[in-house]
Design a protein around this ligand. Structure first.
Ligand code: PLP
Length: 225
C-alpha cells in the first residue's frame, strides 16, 4: 500500500511521461486521456487523485465499482468512469447505470443486451470494441479478423454508440505490432478512440497512436488482490 504522497507523485510522473511521449511523436498531450485504473484500490486512495482534479478512472469489477463509486460520484462532479473488465450479461444493467464508457464489448449477445438496456434506462455510455489482438485463448475480445464485421453489426444493427477499440497485447513480446494493428482497425472504421497501453507500455502505445492509456500500478502501486 503506497503512501498518499507517493500516489500523487506517481500521477505527476506518469503525466510527464505521457507529455514527453506525445511530443516525441509530434502529438499534443491534450489528445491523450489518462485513465487511472483504480481496481482493488480504496476510495481513500482514489480521493487523492480526485482532489488533485484527476477525473478519469477505470474499474474492472462491477460490484467493487458500485461499492466505491456510488459515493465518489456523489462527492465529485464530472467523473468519467470506464469499465475495462470482462462483462457478464447479468451485470449489464448495473454497468450501464454507473459507467460512462464501456470498453469491453466483445460478443454479439452482449451487444444486443447492452443496446436493449441502454434504451430501457435512457442512458447511453460510449462503447469500445475489445479486440483480442494477440489471439490468446485466455483473453477476451473479438479476433482481429472478426473485428470489422463485429464493429459493423454493433454500429448498424445494434445501434450502439461505438466510439473506438481497445486491446491488451500479449505480455513479454514487443507490443508495437499489436498496437499498430489496433490503430489500423480503428482507422478503417474512422473510430476516434484507441485505448491501449498499460503501466509497462503506455509510452510505446502513445507512439503507436493511443488516444487513451489505462495505467494502474504505475500510479497506485502493485495490486495485492
Ligand atoms: C488492470 C488493467 C489495466 C492496468 O494495468 P497496470 O499494469 O496496473 O497498469 C489496464 N487495462 C486493463 C484491461 C486492466 O485489466
Amino acid at each position: 500500500m503506497l503512501m498518499f504522497k507517493e500516489i500523487s507523485t506517481n500521477l505527476k510522473v506518469v503525466k510527464d511521461n505521457i507529455a514527453r511521449a506525445a511530443h516525441a511523436s509530434n502529438r499534443s498531450p491534450n489528445d491523450i486521456t489518462l485513465i487511472a485504473v483504480s481496481k482493488t484500490h480504496s476510495s481513500d486512495a482514489i480521493r487523492i487523485l480526485l482532489d488533485e482534479g484527476h477525473k478519469t478512472f477505470g474499474e474492472s469489477r462491477v460490484q467493487e465499482a458500485i461499492n466505491k463509486w456510488t459515493q465518489l460520484k456523489a462527492d465529485y462532479s464530472d467523473v468519467k468512469l470506464h469499465f475495462i473488465g470482462p462483462l457478464q450479461t447479468n451485470k449489464i444493467r448495473k454497468v450501464v447505470e454507473i459507467f460512462d464508457v464501456i470498453q469491453s464489448v466483445d460478443r454479439l449477445k452482449l451487444a444486443e443486451l447492452l443496446s436493449k438496456e441502454m434504451k430501457n434506462l435512457g442512458h447511453f455510455p460510449e462503447c469500445l470494441i475489445q479486440v483480442n489482438i494477440g489471439e490468446e485463448v485466455q483473453k477476451s475480445g473479438v479476433s482481429p479478423q472478426e473485428a470489422d464485421s463485429f464493429i459493423d453489426i454493433c454500429t448498424n444493427k445494434c445501434n450502439l454508440p461505438i466510439r473506438g477499440v481497445m486491446c491488451v497485447p500479449p505480455v513479454d513480446v514487443d507490443p508495437k505490432p499489436h498496437f499498430d494493428l489496433l490503430r489500423e482497425i480503428a482507422k478503417r472504421h474512422r473510430l476516434s478512440v484507441i485505448s491501449m497501453g498499460m503501466s509497462r507500455d503506455y509510452e510505446t502505445a502513445i507512439q503507436c497512436g493511443a488516444t487513451h492509456v489505462r495505467v494502474g500500478s504505475a500510479i497506485f502501486g502493485q495490486r495485492i488482490m
